[in-house]
Design a protein around this ligand. Structure first.
Ligand code: SF4
Length: 435
């Protein structure tokens, strides 16, 4: 498929992308950030597009970065906004979970968008996230890989019937196991129905820092090792330009013929010999820590899941045993094989974000670092946050400017409290529950 000046899928290189976290209506900030992302190497750039005002802002941003990279409008709730954005930028992302609430109107609504896209040579990304399925899909399948796959397939069947093929698909989850299982199921389902649309890979709400990178590498790496994936985003709760080198390293690693790849016989032998403890020795030892973390995590997701390993021993003489042990634990936790510490699920932020995400994640982490075994979400907005924080035990969600809502599981227990009280209240909530 073609998106602006690039091709995605087939034998084309795996494309790196990211998403701006500026207010789309702040043109100067958005263009500045776009330039930084382009300089860092992004090949596509997505912007939050809540309404027609944002479409008009995108027109201006597009005019300023026109020849550099294709822009993607990220539309969630309003089909008219998708129609308008499709006339302005190179691609539009829609979320089947909230694209059209009325199933009897879904086909006509989507075909209208296809017609506009055909006329303007605009591509479509169908993006389903764990936690944001339509009520109809939830009733039928629950929040499951099957439900996510069917949400996509329903749209793909319509597109194929109408001979529209410029589509890329994403099915993402914060839980790496769910993400990998869903993408694999989608590939099988498409294959059965003689479809081969390109796939965009990513782990949503992966968090930040080393944990966010390891979690992303575990999920994305498992699929790249399968030979699945045409474009990649590493979603971090950091500046979007920080995502690019991480994604690039993952893509380069799997493009390198000398990278380590485990085949079934080698792994089975390892597991037979040591009883469920996968020991990883690399033939040539990477000596740069950040790169080693990414490569080990990228290799291990597949190894842990497909061969049911429950322990992991990393061997690399360039690093101390204790550092390697911590990394092994972080990888096991990122793959949800074992839980050692509190897991932070935080969104990457976008134009909807209601607070300084990086600062807030750091505050929440500092206040809760002593806890173990919990999943705590920090989500930038109330629109998508509660759904997409998936299986978090507690959620800190932006409800409005300087206003936060706190969640226990899916239940909102404190609504619209001032942000300066929110971390203290979150801790109180956790302590009440656990005492
Ligand atoms: S949860 Fe809200 S603020 Fe965070 S990335 Fe998603 S839409 Fe943006």
């Amino acid at each position: 498929m073609q998106v602006g000046n690039i091709f995605i899928g087939s034998d084309y290189p795996i494309r790196i992308q990211t998403m701006a976290n500026t207010d789309t209506n702040d043109i100067d900030a958005s263009v500045d950030q776009a330039r930084r992302c382009i300089e860092a190497g992004t090949e596509l750039l997505r912007f939050t597009t809540q309404g027609i005002r944002e479409v008009e802002s995108l027109r201006e941003i597009h005019a300023q970065v026109l020849t550099a990279v294709p822009l993607v409008a990220d539309v969630h709730f309003n089909a008219e906004v998708a129609d308008a954005a499709a006339q302005v930028v190179e691609a539009v992302r829609i979320n089947p979970g909230n694209y059209s609430k009325d199933p009897s109107k879904l086909e006509a609504r989507f075909v209208h968008l296809l017609d506009i896209c055909r006329e303007h040579e605009t591509a479509i990304r169908i993006g389903v996230n764990h936690g944001s399925l339509s009520e109809r899909m939830m009733d039928k399948y629950g929040d499951t890989p099957e439900g996510m796959v069917e949400s996509v397939m329903e749209f793909l069947r319509i597109a194929v019937d109408h001979e529209f093929f410029d589509i890329v698909i994403s099915v993402k989850a914060s839980n790496t196991r769910v993400m990998v299982e869903t993408v694999r199921l989608l590939v099988k389902t498409m294959h059965k129905e003689h479809m081969a649309f390109p796939l965009h890979l990513g782990v949503t709400e992966a968090g930040e820092g080393e944990d966010g990178r390891i979690k992303s590498a575990v999920g994305i790496g498992a699929l790249l090792a399968d030979g699945i994936g045409d474009t990649v985003r590493v979603s971090l709760s950091e500046a979007p330009e920080n995502e690019i080198p991480v994604a690039q390293k993952l893509v380069d690693y799997f493009a390198d013929e000398d990278s380590i790849r485990y085949d079934g016989s080698v792994v089975a032998e390892v597991l037979d010999n040591i009883g469920g403890n996968a020991e990883i020795r690399y033939t040539s030892y990477e000596n740069e820590w950040d790169t080693f973390c990414l490569q080990a995590a990228a290799e291990c997701g597949r190894l842990l899941w497909d061969y049911k390993a429950t322990e992991l021993t990393l061997v690399n003489p360039n690093f101390t045993e204790s550092r390697l042990n911590f990394l092994s634990k972080d990888i096991l936790q990122a793959a949800r094989v074992r839980i050692y510490k509190t897991e932070y699920i935080s969104c990457p932020g976008c134009g909807r974000t209601m607070f300084d995400l990086q600062k807030t994640v750091a505050e929440v982490k500092a206040a809760t670092a002593h806890l173990t075994g919990l999943k705590i979400a920090v989500m930038g907005c109330i629109v998508n946050g509660p759904g997409e924080m998936a299986d978090a035990d507690y959620g800190y969600v932006g409800a409005g400017r300087d206003r936060i809502s706190l969640y226990r599981g899916k239940e909102c227990v404190l609504k619209n409290i001032p942000q300066e009280e929110a971390v203290k209240q979150l801790l109180k909530l956790i302590n009440q529950q656990n005492n």
